[in-house]
Design a protein around this ligand. Structure first.
Ligand code: FES
Ligand SMILES: [Fe+2]
Length: 324
């Protein structure tokens, strides 16, 4: 099941990027898709390959609620049916002329796409996250030239804060990683219930250094949650990383920021996350191999217990995409 890539729900685009009449090219693991919206029915996703002669449907145009192929103008309805072959106007296209469809659902401001046999069971499906603070801001996409598991592991890694995020999430005089405990949840996913870190500028709202209590939870092989609570302050913040592989060595990343500060400015929250990820990205893209090594090839220290647990869990559940 875990290596049936069609079964995975992946966030492929921001819902705000698709409006009636628009069509986008998207990528689900190794497969190219056309994501489009005809009218009020909501978005549709097709293989980006016309069943007629294989032209890219995402280059087509959306008109009168149907997607028209750019090559010979065959028209496809939202459910994939071919409704018109312009070269043979009287022809009633049979079911075999249909485009292959995928399922689409909207959650956290993102359009999630999966094959028709998709699972609605965690960790395959996007979690509701109802327990997080209500105010949510979507940040991204970030197109990253490395595998999705490398990006997830970086999100779980605290030993880089004082170096990569000096002055923001870490400081040179606080680079030691204190003892922490890795704990698996009911689904076996690793998490760290409590991690204390000294942070010079822990969030967009912080006005100075503070000890911050972190809670980490891996949500799926491709996503993870970080909850922060500053000891002295009263703002609860959470960051969810969503990654979506676009190949074995490339991915698209998004962040959902949730905060209990209802008045927080969206642009400020986004700018903070963009600053942090702009610090991560060059280092991430420098790592070799780009795939995450699950069986040897890299060495660990005691500070890496969490990332080692993430790798072990990927191996245990048989998730190998973007891993080596
Ligand atoms: S390739 Fe699409 S209509 Fe011919
Ligand atoms: Fe980082």
């Amino acid at each position: 099941m875990h290596d049936d890539l069609h079964a995975w729900w992946l966030p492929l685009a921001a819902a705000a990027d698709l409006a009636p009449g628009r069509c986008l090219k998207a990528q689900h693991f190794e497969e190219a898709l056309a994501l489009w919206q005809g009218g009020a029915d909501g978005p549709s996703a097709f293989d980006d390959r016309c069943p007629h002669r294989g032209a890219s449907l995402s280059m087509g145009r959306v008109q009168d609620g149907v997607l028209e192929c750019p090559y010979h103008g065959w028209r496809f309805a939202a459910d994939g049916r071919c409704v018109k072959v312009p070269a043979v106007p009287e022809f009633q296209p049979p079911a075999a002329h249909a485009a292959r469809t995928w399922q689409v659902l909207q959650r956290h401001g993102l359009l999630w796409v999966a094959g028709q046999a998709a699972s609605d069971v965690e960790p395959f499906a996007p979690p509701p996250l109802d327990e997080l603070p209500r105010k949510r801001v979507l940040c991204g996409p970030f197109d990253v030239a490395t595998s999705a598991p490398r990006v997830v592991e970086n999100f779980l890694d605290t030993a880089h804060f004082g170096f990569v995020h000096e002055g923001w999430l870490g400081a040179r005089d606080h680079v030691d990683v204190p003892e922490y405990r890795v704990q698996a949840d009911a689904l076996g996913r690793p998490g760290v219930p409590l991690y204390r870190a000294w942070q010079p500028q822990a969030s967009s709202a912080a006005t100075g250094g503070a000890w911050v209590d972190y809670r980490y939870q891996v949500l799926s092989p491709l996503s993870a949650l970080l909850q922060k609570r500053a000891s002295a302050g009263d703002t609860d913040e959470a960051y969810v990383l969503w990654t979506s592989p676009t190949g074995r060595e490339s991915c698209r990343a998004w962040f959902t920021i949730a905060t209990s500060d209802e008045g927080a400015d969206d642009a400020t929250l986004r700018a903070f996350q963009q600053t942090i990820f702009a610090q991560d990205q060059p280092v991430l893209e420098s790592q070799r191999p780009r795939e995450l090594p699950l069986s040897g090839g890299e060495v660990h220290s005691a500070a890496d217990r969490f990332s080692a647990a993430y790798r072990r869990w990927l191996r245990d559940i048989g998730f190998g995409h973007g891993c080596c």
